[in-house]
Unconditional design. Structure first.
Length: 325
């Protein structure tokens, strides 16, 4: 099949796990013999400082980066008014005659991309942005968690959890805990700093966001802040950590947990429904329980349903469907 994946960002530019998922998905589909192209928002890449990684983007074959003249105006219209790039993107899609057009996070393109007609459309909901939207009948909706699935207003929604592609790696554990993700209030960053400041245990923090200054200002010497790292470096740090910590108050199907479990690393996370879909070990309800779990967390193990084989089995059936809308 000829498949187009559309996403706000694509590595080496990324903010959250959605862009890494698109990368994983492309690699999987190419491995299975499909022709895959990426369409990403070059305007968003140059406008969003915290999406930038040390390495600059190469002119990768099969990656289309949309860049326009009045890009700040377009991005504003896309984000807050729901339109901005349809007239640019639609001719590209129709000209290339893709068998499947798979949208991911596209709020920086404008949600009206979903109104492009005469194509086999799919969207994956990576966050809560789409929960209050009503989807047309010609759009198939992938929900990576049952939490999202139950809330989405669509007659054509499907539960397909995220996946990770690599095998277990054997690394010698080093004496540090790791938080890797955006630094936002809903991620439990304030609780994270409070718990590790009190416990005195070694914590590495990787990521960026609105609470970066809070982290730098309030962390004690046992906490090291590394900023935003490349995905390759993130995986290396996960493979060597004592445990991954994720005190988020809300999530979907976080890739960083799947990556840690695939590396057989303990995951210490908040007891919320989205996390319990992935693991029921090492879950806490308050900061006291969080601190207690640091001493002897149970080793992690990735469930089979989060492997690339299980994902592809569901995905290929879904994209091959041609129901009448």
């Amino acid at each position: 099949m000829k498949i187009l994946l559309v996403s706000n960002f694509y590595p080496p530019y990324f903010i959250g796990g959605d862009s890494i998922h698109v990368k994983y998905l492309r690699e999987l589909l190419v491995e299975k013999g499909h022709s895959v192209e990426i369409l990403t928002n070059g305007d968003a890449e140059r406008a969003t400082e915290r999406a930038k990684i040390c390495s600059s983007p190469e002119k990768t074959r099969g990656v289309i980066r949309i860049k326009t003249k009045f890009w700040l105006i377009r991005l504003f219209c896309a984000k807050f008014l729901g339109f901005g790039y349809k007239r640019i993107v639609e001719p590209i899609i129709l000209k290339n005659k893709y068998d499947v057009v798979h949208f991911h996070n596209i709020d920086l393109f404008g949600q009206n991309l979903l109104k492009i007609s005469h194509i086999n459309k799919i969207i994956t909901l990576h966050d809560d942005y789409w929960l209050n939207k009503k989807f047309r009948n010609d759009v198939k909706v992938i929900c990576p968690s049952m939490h999202i699935y139950k809330k989405v207003n669509s007659s054509r929604k499907y539960y397909v959890p995220n996946f990770v592609p690599f095998f277990h790696k054997k690394e010698k554990n080093e004496d540090y805990y790791l938080y890797s993700g955006v630094l936002e209030r809903h991620k439990g960053i304030i609780d994270l700093i409070k718990v590790f400041n009190k416990a005195g245990k070694r914590l590495f923090i990787c990521g960026d966001g609105k609470l970066r200054k809070y982290v730098v200002r309030h962390k004690k010497p046992n906490i090291s802040y590394f900023g935003r790292l490349s995905h390759k470096k993130n995986i290396e740090m996960i493979s060597k950590c004592k445990a991954l910590v994720l005190p988020s108050y809300k999530e979907n199907c976080p890739l960083v947990i799947l990556e840690a479990l695939s590396l057989k690393k303990p995951v210490i996370a908040r007891d919320i429904p989205q996390i319990k879909e992935i693991t029921k070990d090492n879950l806490f309800r308050n900061n006291a329980e969080f601190e207690m779990l640091l001493d002897n967390p149970k080793k992690g193990l990735l469930a089979e349903r989060f492997t690339k084989e299980k994902f592809y089995e569901k995905y290929i059936k879904l994209i091959s469907r041609r129901e009448n809308a």
